[in-house]
Design a protein around this ligand. Structure first.
Ligand code: PMP
Length: 427
């Protein structure tokens, strides 16, 4: 299970601006002298402009956008800030209906349901889909919201090694005979749960191989596309497009709007039967307020821009820019001799540090070079696999990226992180 916890001396400073390519980050003071027993950190109140390599603002929609923002403001003028009601009560507006139609159409499936929060999309939809008669096969690095959902549903869980298709197949083979119907005893159903792009690894799931397995063994597949929708695939349609998989072969397509769309909330998309079932049984649909109208309008506008409804190529250009930026930075980091994780086109690029004692220093050094980057250590990663994580956005210019790469190059020299350049010993 992944615990989303970052070590204390990281980029946990207050931010005082929208999460665009550059952000204002508060400076920190060491106020150790004021406390006898513990070392404490305070904030000076001074803001420093930093290059933002920490947000999930992959397509650059989080800061003001000339197409989205006026539409959001107009919507808030008309609909207010909150629906103050769940979807099943008074919280369904024409905006919610339009959004769900757009999401389903964008993904190429029959229907979609949206929720006010990405975390709750997992933690409250998964329990509706599984019960004590369900076996969940969950990737070892699945997000906490998935783990919470599986626990709440009361399903039996087996964790397979991260992205390890052989291990997954061995579990399937153990639990269900090849070619058996989904009702194979003792399980009413088996659900495989994976993520499109893993947020701490930048790696894609081997989707085509997993789809083949789920068909072979009659299991269901649940795919969390929080980090891949909008960001992966030539037209931003996520990992199915990237991997050349028919989206209808994934039983449950889940995603969030907090990354590529610069908004809030989440969705589940798939067959009409699935979505109708969730409309009747998912607690977050029945008992939690629907997506705020302004947030819904932001997603609708971003989706329309990506589709080119405004008659321009701006949306498509953002996706291409994101891939170009990500691949440029990845190549440069590899050329520096760094160990980086993840796949081409992925906007998440973890740089392996391996030495937990270096993390705090690296975080401070990056800040002193006006770079805001998340550094991640135990327990969010195994003890020896700590890392700095670069998050790329389409809103970064080549100049921004070169600025960051120069600073990283200096850090690499200072901290000796260029492991790939260091020849192995041996006699
Ligand atoms: N799923 C995954 C894979 C995530 O990484 C996250 C959060 N980053 C969520 C779900 C929860 O999404 P949100 O932040 O939109 O609530």
């Amino acid at each position: 299970m992944r615990l989303c916890c970052r070590i204390q001396d990281c980029w946990n400073r207050p931010i005082a601006s929208a999460p665009g390519a550059w952000i204002d980050v508060m400076d920190r003071e060491d106020i150790a002298g004021k406390y006898k027993s513990t070392r404490k950190l305070g904030f000076t109140g001074k803001l420093q402009r930093c290059l933002n390599l920490g947000s999930y603002n992959y397509l650059g929609f989080a800061a003001a956008d000339e197409y989205c923002t006026p539409r959001v403001i107009e919507t808030m003028g008309q609909w207010g800030i909150s629906t103050c009601s769940s979807r099943a009560e008074g919280g369904t507006t024409p905006l919610h209906q339009e959004l769900e139609e757009l999401v389903a159409e964008f993904l190429g499936v029959e229907d979609a349901i949206t929720y006010g929060m990405g975390f709750a999309t997992n933690s409250a939809s998964i329990p509706a889909l599984c019960d004590r008669g369900t076996l969940v096969l969950s990737d070892a690095l699945n997000h906490t919201s998935i783990v919470a959902g599986v626990k709440a549903g009361g399903a039996a869980v087996k964790v397979f090694r991260h992205n390890n298709v052989r291990h997954l197949e061995s579990l399937l083979r153990f639990h269900i005979a090849e070619g058996q119907p989904r009702t194979h005893r003792p399980w009413k159903k088996i659900i495989i749960i994976v993520e499109g792009i893993y947020s701490m690894e930048g790696e894609a799931t081997p989707l085509a191989a997993i789809v083949a397995l789920k068909k072979k063994y009659g299991a269901y597949l649940y795919l969390d596309e929080a980090h891949s929708i909008g960001a992966m695939g030539a037209t931003g349609r996520g990992l199915c497009e990237h991997a050349g998989v028919d989206p209808r072969d994934v039983d449950v397509l889940m995603g969030t709007f907090t990354k590529s769309f610069g908004s809030a909330g989440g969705y589940v998309a798939g067959s009409k039967r699935l979505v109708d079932f969730l409309r009747r049984h998912s607690p977050a649909h029945l008992y939690a307020a629907s997506i705020a109208p302004g947030a819904a309008k932001q997603i609708i506008s971003a989706l329309k821009l990506i589709r080119g409804d405004d008659g321009s190529e701006r949306g498509a250009a953002k996706i291409k820019q994101l891939h170009d930026n990500s691949n440029y930075v990845r190549q440069q980091l590899l050329d520096m001799g760094l160990h980086v994780l993840g796949d081409w086109d992925s906007p998440v690029i973890p740089i392996m540090v391996y030495h937990i004692g270096l993390l705090a220093t690296l975080s401070r050094m990056l800040y002193s070079r006006h770079i805001a980057m998340v550094v991640v250590g135990f327990p969010a990663t195994p003890l020896l696999l700590c890392r700095c994580r670069v998050c790329i956005s389409a809103s970064h210019t080549r100049e921004d990226l070169d600025y960051a790469l120069d600073a990283i190059r200096d850090l690499v020299r200072a901290a000796g992180l260029d492991y790939a350049n260091k020849g192995g010993g041996g006699g």
